[in-house]
Design a binder for this molecule. Structure first.
Ligand code: PA5
Length: 452
């Protein structure tokens, strides 16, 4: 199959900017990109993702596939325990490539992939454990720090059930850890129990880790082609390193969104017209939100699934406060062919669509929405994928990662840290009387008493 590069169309956004504004950003954007390449940007000790796709060896990928084969052979269900960057990338790819009803129709050719460790919902966990009871399941425990409460809690429950249901010996074969090389509880347990384990490189932050074992192992377990995913990312890496500014889609994206932001467009709404891309939106939201939202600045990343959300958020998008712009992931070709059916009575008046591909109707919904939103004052950026396959998803992932790194540098923040995430954890631990938090516990209880 012919491989192309995914495309970026900024014309319907550039028309909201002063003439020549995008061209005028060349020097600043190139410098922001170069600062990543030279390792001189803020957070430069977290640039391991930048040349990751091209540095993954066939031997490394084979090792991931061998581990995936073991899990696939020994398990009907695999639970991926992780939160934030430790699960969203894998889920985004698995859902984008999978059959929407795989878990209902699965005839055993692929294990079902479930996700846990990304919430503290008692009902969620209890219902998950009840589902897993009596099943041949395995666990991929993913945590870079190895100490994240949500993931550690789920892992305690899953490990204990796995050992109980499958015996300690089998549990050792079907539990895999992906964590730090040396520190954290996940590492200690893996080493003590002799689990197969992978290291998350020190210089790759969670939200940039989908092309490490964090994303690759679950994706391979689900039966998808990680070689092709990595090839797509590596081709985008090459494109981004070589393309001049006018053709460099990561640089163009970073430049346009910063210009829009400076002009008062404070919210970027990522939209898709394919329900399978829902978790790609979620992954993107984390990538951009955690990377740019700091120092009291940063575009707020929001996401919608169209046409579903045109019936919930459509009114706001069309006529609400004009502080938004829209970025649409557009897929040119669907996998299946289905045509609008004829209905003798034509009670819904839709026979004029008879015989048309459903995809064409969707495409017209997309175009109609673009025209309406642009007319309504919403700048529109389009990212065009020829198909939803592993190769183009690999390109898309790297494009978004690089666009994010460049964009954060243009904005002037450190895109690779997330100091703000600690605030809720500190309060939660104080409220739960974690040892070492005695002073915080007292202070927060005093405060709650006063506020009561
Ligand atoms: O991007 C990030 O760094 C975060 O979202 C982390 O991935 C998330 O907090 C999970 O952390 P850990 O992998 O240490 O459990």
């Amino acid at each position: 199959m012919k491989m192309e590069m995914i495309k970026l169309d900024i014309r319907k956004a550039a028309c909201f900017l002063a003439e020549g504004a995008v061209e005028g950003m060349e020097k600043q954007t190139k410098a922001a990109h170069k600062a990543l390449e030279d390792g001189t940007s803020k957070g430069s000790d977290f640039l391991g993702w930048l040349h990751l796709p091209s540095s993954l060896t066939p031997e490394f990928l084979q090792d991931i596939k061998t581990t995936a084969d073991t899990l696939r052979r020994e398990c009907d269900t695999i639970v991926v325990a992780g939160i934030g960057g430790s699960y969203l990338g894998a889920r985004a790819v698995i859902e984008a490539l999978g059959n929407s009803f795989a878990w209902l129709t699965n005839k055993g050719e692929n294990p079902n992939i479930l996700f846990a460790g990304n919430n503290i919902g008692e009902d969620y966990l209890a219902e998950l454990l009840a589902y897993l009871k009596g099943r041949r399941f395995g666990v991929i425990n993913i945590s870079k720090s190895g100490t994240t409460t949500e993931t550690a809690l789920a892992f305690r429950l899953l490990r204990s059930l796995c050992e109980e249901e499958r015996g300690k010996e089998t549990a050792r074969r079907v539990i895999v850890a992906i964590t730090d090389a040396k520190k954290g509880a996940a590492r200690t347990t893996a080493d003590k129990e002799g689990y197969k384990s992978y290291v998350i490189p020190d210089n790759v932050g969670g939200r940039f880790s989908v092309l490490t074992p964090v994303g690759l192992l679950p994706i391979a377990c689900a039966g998808f082609d990680i070689d092709l995913l990595v090839k797509g990312a590596a081709d985008m890496e090459k494109h981004a390193a070589e393309a001049p500014y006018a053709e460099n889609i990561a640089e163009q994206y970073a430049a346009v969104r910063n210009l829009l932001y400076a002009g008062g467009k404070k919210i970027e709404v990522l939209a898709n017209f394919q329900p399978k891309l829902h978790f790609m939106n979620e992954w993107w939201k984390q990538l951009y939100g955690e990377s740019e939202g700091k120092e009291l600045k940063g575009i707020f990343p929001a996401a919608v699934d169209f046409t579903t959300d045109l019936h919930s958020m459509g009114q706001w998008l069309q006529e609400g406060e004009r502080t938004i712009f829209e970025t649409v992931i557009s897929v040119e070709q669907s996998e299946h062919e289905l045509r609008f059916p004829h209905d003798e009575e034509n009670l819904d008046g839709l026979n004029f669509l008879e015989g048309k591909r459903i995809d064409e109707v969707n495409r017209m919904a997309e175009l109609g929405t673009q025209i309406a939103h642009v007319d309504g004052g919403v700048p529109n950026i389009r990212i065009v994928l020829p198909r939803l396959d592993a190769y183009y998803l690999g390109q898309l992932i790297y494009f978004f990662e690089l666009g994010c790194g460049i964009s954060g540098n243009v904005l002037g923040v450190n895109p690779f840290n997330q100091p703000g995430v600690e605030a809720y954890k500190k309060n939660m631990f104080a409220l739960l009387s974690k040892p070492g938090y005695e002073a915080e516990s007292e202070a927060i209880r005093e405060r709650l008493k006063k506020e009561a």
